[in-house]
Design a binder for this molecule. Structure first.
Ligand SMILES: *Cc1c(COP(=O)(O)O)cnc(C)c1O
Length: 466
């Protein structure tokens, strides 16, 4: 027998490992299925290593093996379980970080409903089966001035449902300048294709005129679609058709106008310096028949897609079989209703909705906090240099200049460990801290950090001492 075969035979077996006290503990924590799978993977790793070794090598001892197993399980757990993150990226609606943080009122409403049973489809006064979303829909109508409302899983679902219900097998006219990719594989043309509607592209990337829409309308036309491209802009020699003009054309041709406004602002974001963010109520006022937006963007609520519009059209969406496949759960309904209630008092909304509070923080306040963090971290050995710098925050991942806002950052140059490892160390601290790398520095943007998290940021940087 060769040394290699001998070494392979002396690898600990699954059964032997499972019998040890240490591994039994791991089984209690992670479950036997997970542990056995990782033991097998670890054994396979050593088999490969021993087989391909040039010189004979020793197989790991049981304690060594257990140590590696423990690490494997921990890493696996960290990469699969959601962990809280301090968002120092400056991107307010970061899809990778879960978009809008919820208001305390929404969190409490969700917790209360999650803990027990709830009147999801029961009208308590009448003691009869009730409508699933009555109260949320009433709130949406009240706040936005809509005739009817419907809530689905997200805005992609809302778009798909609207097209499937109103335009299946028919044509939907849309400008080439609006056939966008939102990110995360949301490509408008693909969603449209999946809904069964046929895309009728008009105009060019930079210019589309009302006459382009008018010329494309024929027997098969089922709807006109206007999309607000929130993550990019065509500037310079560009022209888009205003909603009101498209509505007038729709009326003349008896075609519904669907307006996907994307971010779904319920208050005017011009007050934060963001121009061109369409307001749901304004879109309805201008005559859009169906308005679509996300609940977890500018509204600051849970992930969902909001559909507002004319009663008859919204009803036909609600009755479409696909609506059942896209329906939201009780937790979303509870969180959305609680968030919407905050908008009844616009000043209260500014204070209580985290996204609005972050946007509303004066730059001087950010600067004061940045100075304090810089002062508290400048003596950390791993910090070569820390400086407070003015910069721009972004509304979303692909924000255009119209969606940027002045901010203040703490800019750190690490001393020995290199920028990537420095950033990684903060990302893997507890809670995780994610900043943005700019040239040779890590920027911690305070626009997206809550004041109560400042101390944790300082502590994490101090924790980098070797
Ligand atoms: C974000 C966005 C979507 C997708 O919304 P989800 O809620 O992420 O599904 C669709 N259309 C526009 C214009 C958007 O900005």
């Amino acid at each position: 027998m060769t040394d290699q075969t001998n070494a392979l035979r002396r690898l600990p077996s699954v059964g032997k490992l499972l019998a040890t006290a240490d591994v039994k503990q791991l089984v209690e924590r992670y479950g036997s299925r997970r542990v056995v799978a990782e033991i097998r993977a670890e054994i396979e790793h050593h088999r490969q290593r021993l087989r391909s070794a040039v010189a004979p090598e020793e197989p790991p001892t049981v304690p060594q093996f257990t140590q590696w197993l423990r690490q494997r399980l921990r890493l696996r757990e960290e990469s699969t379980v959601l962990r809280p993150v301090i968002n120092a990226t400056g991107i307010l609606l970061h899809t990778g970080l879960g978009r809008a943080p919820l208001a305390t009122q929404a969190v409490e409403a969700i917790a209360e409903i999650a803990r027990g049973y709830a009147s999801v489809e029961l009208d308590l006064a009448a003691g009869e089966r009730g409508q699933r979303m009555r109260s949320v829909e009433d709130l949406l109508c009240e706040l936005c001035g809509a005739e009817a409302a419907l809530v689905v899983n997200n805005n992609a679902a809302a778009t798909m449902l609207a097209l499937a219900a109103l335009a299946k097998d028919g044509e939907v006219v849309v400008s080439r300048g609006e056939l966008i990719e939102i990110g995360g594989q949301f490509r408008l043309p693909e969603i449209m294709a999946a809904s069964g509607a046929v895309l009728r592209e008009v105009g060019t990337t930079n210019k589309t005129r009302l006459s382009d829409y008018a010329k494309a309308i024929g027997d098969r036309t089922a709807a006109l679609l206007l999309v607000h491209p929130s993550n990019y802009a065509v500037v310079g020699f560009a022209q888009q058709v205003p909603l009101a003009d498209l509505v007038a054309l729709g009326r003349r041709c008896e075609l519904p106008v669907i307006h996907d406004i994307g971010s779904g602002a319920l208050v005017d974001f011009a007050q934060f310096g963001f121009r061109d963010e369409p307001l749901a109520s304004r879109s309805l006022d201008q005559g859009a028949d169906v308005v679509l937006f996300s609940g977890d963007k500018l509204l600051g609520g849970p992930q969902c897609g909001v559909i507002l519009g004319r009663r008859g059209l919204v009803d036909s969406l609600a009755q479409h079989p696909m609506a059942r496949a896209m329906r939201v759960d009780k937790l979303t309904l509870a969180g959305l209703a609680a968030t919407l209630k905050l908008y009844r008092d616009p000043e209260g909304a500014m204070m209580n909705i985290p996204l609005l509070r972050l946007l509303n923080t004066p730059v001087d306040e950010l600067r004061g906090r940045a100075n304090a963090i810089a002062l508290a971290t400048q003596s950390v050995r791993e910090v070569q240099h820390v400086e407070v710098v003015d910069d721009q925050s972004f509304l979303g991942g692909g924000s255009v200049p119209a969606q940027q806002q002045a901010t203040v950052c703490v800019a750190i140059t690490p001393r020995t460990i290199g920028l990537d490892r420095f950033a990684r160390a903060l990302r893997t601290s507890d809670p995780a801290i994610v900043g943005r790398i700019r040239q040779d520095r890590l920027l911690l943007d305070l626009r997206t950090v809550f004041p109560e998290q400042d101390a944790q940021v300082v502590e994490a940087v101090r924790g980098l001492e070797p």
